[in-house]
Write a protein that binds this ligand. Sequence first.
Ligand SMILES: CC(C)(COP(=O)(O)OP(=O)(O)OC[C@H]1O[C@@H](n2cnc3c(N)ncnc32)[C@H](O)[C@@H]1OP(=O)(O)O)[C@@H](O)C(=O)NCCC(=O)NCCS
Length: 395
Amino acid sequence: MNMRDVVVVDGVRTAFGRAGEKGYFWLTRADDMVVKVIRELLRRNPEVAPTMVEENIWGATTQEGDQGLTLGRTTALLAGLPDSCSGFSIDRMCAGGLTAVTAAASEIALGACDVAIAGGVEHMSHHPMGATADPNPRFLAERLVSADALSMGKTAENLHDLFPEISKEMADAYALQSQQKAALAYREDKIQQMIVPMTVYTREGWVVADRDQQPRPETTMEGLRDLKTPFRAQGRVTAGNSSGLNDGACGLLLMSEERALKLGMVPKMRLVGYAYAGVRPEIMGYGPVPSTKKLFTRTGLSMEDMGLIELNEAFAVQCLVFMKEFGLTLPDDERLNRLGGAIAFGHPLAASGPRLVMHLMHLFGAHPEVRYGLSALCVGLGQGASAIWENVGGR
Ligand SMILES: CC(C)(COP(=O)(O)OP(=O)(O)OC[C@H]1O[C@@H](n2cnc3c(N)ncnc32)[C@H](O)[C@@H]1OP(=O)(O)O)[C@@H](O)C(=O)NCCC(=O)NCCS
């Protein structure tokens, strides 16, 4: 069987809300957020009739309640896709959405389907991280992992221990520039076009959720300096240099390049390759380093070939470690997260992978001189996820 080229033709997301009663989505279902994204992808791309969508794949970390019952199938039915559209849900925590995208791409590459929707959703208000999980007692009893491995913030403190040259001040400086880049991208109307406004009922009545709630454009180094370190006394990880707790959904429309061209659509990016890798759970933030190295080995490309990099900002320290390991300029490499990152926008776990790819897609459009871009994330319990994309916009 010959492998076929796979392209992304569009992407869209909901605004990312703050988790909790004051967030946009407290009274909104996670599956309705996914439906909104699917319908908007189809509305924006009238060349794609709903009957053409053959597969609908969604990542979600907690697969119960309004994220249960195999979201890929339930949301296909709820969105009005035809009965013939199959679907499933998938979990790789923070990389659940990217895994949905690479699963869809693999199906398309192998000829199992032509057109797919794939994305990720996380309603961290309704499903606080790990709240209903029941980790096997052997993990701790047999010291398979340390207790730190189950708290993402503590794994970030561990990374600071491992790389003592990365100070809290550097993490704060990184966080500040993420907020500043996001604020600039908002001012330049670069983020709004990626968000589908959603009218939602909240404790304050009906509101239109059309902007992220997490960004803090007023952030200063002084404001960051004195924040509490909730994961360790005298630690270095704070609410200011971490991603937050958020609700959101993001989805992409993928197809074979051949089908896109037949439909007269402009493919924006082609998947070059992807890789996943594991690391010790206690230093989960290190994950994107081995997954990216593995991907470079497999594709024959290197960091020098990457004109743009979208790295999820679970924690500033983990981004700084990645940058250091690949020889990028600290704390701000001009190729990295040009529009800001999860420290500003928020990190609704499985929704973040597709968001990174979507940012890359928009940046590719603005930078035709760039050929390759990387999207990468760290993953709870010690994994990394990486994908390389080729800029084919308007080719
Ligand atoms: C770090 C964390 C515990 C903070 O949670 P929180 O306390 O609810 O966060 P808040 O937004 O209320 O911020 C806490 C304080 O810091 C302040 N703050 C946050 N960001 C700030 C900034 N950029 N500048 C100044 N102050 C800031 C807030 O105003 C708040 O102050 P207050 O206590 O006086 O009200 C939480 O965001 C977290 O767990 N993040 C990591 C998520 C995660 O692990 N994801 C998975 C990754 S693998």
